[in-house]
Ligand binder design. Structure first.
Ligand code: F6P
Length: 545
């Protein structure tokens, strides 16, 4: 099916044409109750699309588009364990990781609950036992520090969540993360730590990723500076689907936490890859996190499209990307503890839908994933918001905030809320030249100077944003928020016709790095390299002398 031939696609183009020249100010003047019409809730989670450049017709046509693209059928196919990851012939069942027995999910005719519960129970017991000191090092001492070594999907979810939920760690062990193959990441992270009392988690779905395996080998050597070969087995844990490789690496069986090929790396934080989170917040809180995920899974699975939060969020993204032609998406959580949230969603979105080939191998005819970026507010305001307000690109924003803070500095949170509200308002409605000039004159600024300054101080507005609000940041609300974005990405992948669950695009660079690495290590001649790479490497080698 060519999506451009659908009725809804054509209608949406007509909507865009009709809305040309209309300002968000006009839409609000016409209907001051846009919040009521364009806000959607699931319990205490609210999505406000009123400051998106939409009207009733746009929203209706987007819902129709989802229907025409079979979003419901494809969603059901995912939940029923079909091999929707066609290029790898795999089911996509991360929802089974946070299911309860009622959900009865299956992959290839086998219930997922048997295997999932097994591992989950093992890792819940393990994490609580590490936290309490029941599981100890070879000397019977508890672990004071835990280092997770992993990259991409084996790092971002845990690092983001551990940070986000630090209020729930209740004096658990200190969690650290090493992801980059840059030795400074290893050296800086391990500086001052006691190898004897440090537990190393090697997190890698494939257990072959060069960065992770390099760091893992260095970690092993680091442990051996204080422990014997037989003692280090207490200090090493593997989170992986590759049980053969974990064994070869020397990880004892009881310290291996497996998972399955039907869990994509960037969707694996509810699988064993989430162990660092459970170690940080304990099993009870981790179960709450899973419950939050499941809450959104069930909502996504059952709510009608026009009330379905991930569907609506995905459709608004399609409107921004394919009709308004906006190439990026800024995610701005007004929560310092969510400062890694944009990076986490960046991988989820861009690695899933950053594709130009459709599921059937043909070229896609429309734009796919936006460039996702962002950073915590208010810091973001003082770095790149200038461009958002007055630059030549329109950057749609997802603003995120908790109504209540978990800390006692209530006045800080009130300022955070004020900024959160002020930014989306300023972006949407701007400030007219007349108003800018009048204000300056009122403040006794010289008339000539005021006139000259007016264009610089003028804000055109008309910049779309979505506001996402929930009661407070907790394991449950975090799980629900992440699952909402996961399913949003799914919906967009269906509409764009791509396979959201493979990532062939990262292969080429990986293979090239291995080839170049062989040359750097002296195993191959430099003449084997591309003519563009040879002189660069020669230059680096000169400087390394
Ligand atoms: O960067 C590509 C990628 O394959 C991601 O999809 C994945 O999250 C990451 O590498 C890490 O992979 P692994 O968990 O197998 O080490």
């Amino acid at each position: 099916m060519n999506i451009k031939n659908t009725v809804s696609w054509e209608n949406l183009n007509n909507d865009l044409e009709r809305l040309k020249g209309v300002h968000l100010n006009d839409l609000f003047s016409k209907n001051p109750n846009r919040f009521t019409k364009f806000s959607f809730s699931k319990d205490d989670l609210h999505l406000d699309f009123s400051k998106e450049f939409i009207d009733n017709s746009v929203l209706d046509n987007l819902i129709k588009l989802a229907k025409e693209c079979d979003v419901e059928q494809q969603r059901d196919a995912m939940f029923s364990g079909e091999h929707i990851n066609n290029t790898e012939n795999r089911a996509v069942m991360h929802v089974a990781l946070r299911a309860n027995s009622k959900d009865a999910y299956e992959v290839d005719g086998k219930p997922t609950s048997d295997v999932v519960d097994n591992i989950l129970n093992k890792f819940m017991i393990f994490s609580d036992s590490i936290r309490s000191g029941k599981i100890s090092n070879a000397y019977g001492q508890s672990f004071t520090d835990i280092i997770n070594i992993g990259i991409g999907g084996s790092d971002l979810g845990p690092v983001m969540s551990v940070n986000a939920l630090s209020a729930f760690s209740n004096d658990g062990p200190n969690l650290h993360f090493i992801s980059n193959v840059d030795g400074n990441d290893f050296l800086d992270t391990t500086y001052g730590l006691d190898p004897k009392r440090t537990l190393i988690l090697i997190a890698s779905k494939t257990f072959t990723t060069i960065e992770t395996m390099t760091n893992a080998k260095t970690a092993k050597d680091w442990l051996l500076t204080e422990l014997t070969e037989s003692e280090i087995s207490h200090n090493m844990v593997a989170l992986s689907t590759n049980l053969k490789a974990t064994k070869e690496f020397g990880i004892k069986n009881e310290n291996v936490f497996g998972f399955w090929d039907w869990v994509g790396g960037r969707y694996s934080m509810c699988a064993s890859i989430g162990l660092p989170i459970a170690l940080s917040i304990g099993s009870k809180n981790f179960r709450e996190l899973l419950a939050g995920f499941r809450d959104m899974d069930i909502h996504f699975k059952t709510a009608p499209l026009d009330k379905n939060l991930p569907v609506l969020l995905g459709l608004i993204g399609v409107w921004r990307r394919n009709f308004m032609k906006l190439p990026t998406l800024a995610i701005i959580p007004y929560d310092q503890r969510l400062d890694r949230f944009p990076a986490y969603i960046q991988q989820m979105d861009m690695e899933s839908n950053g594709k130009s080939v459709a599921k059937d191998g043909s070229d896609v005819s429309i734009e796919t994933a936006p460039i996702v970026w962002g950073e915590a507010g208010t810091n973001a305001q003082h770095s790149f918001f200038q461009l958002l307000h007055q630059g030549t690109n329109i950057v749609p924003v997802d603003f995120i905030i908790a109504a209540k803070t978990t800390n006692k500095l209530i006045n800080h949170h009130e300022k955070l809320i004020a900024n959160f509200l002020a930014q989306s308002e300023a972006l949407a409605f701007g400030k007219t030249k007349d108003k800018v000039l009048a204000e300056m004159l009122k403040n006794n600024i010289d008339a000539e100077k005021a006139k000259n300054l007016t264009p610089h101080r003028h804000f055109k507005g008309n910049k779309p944003s979505t506001s996402i609000i929930y009661k407070e940041l907790s394991p449950f609300s975090l799980g629900r928020l992440i699952a909402m974005y996961e399913h949003k990405v799914f919906v967009q992948g269906i509409i764009w016709g791509v396979n959201s669950f493979d990532q062939w695009g990262v292969e080429l660079g990986k293979v090239a790095a291995v080839d170049i690495g062989n040359v750097i290590e002296g195993n191959e001649s430099i003449s084997k390299l591309h003519v563009a790479t040879q002189p660069l490497l020669k230059k680096i080698n000169e400087l390394r002398k």
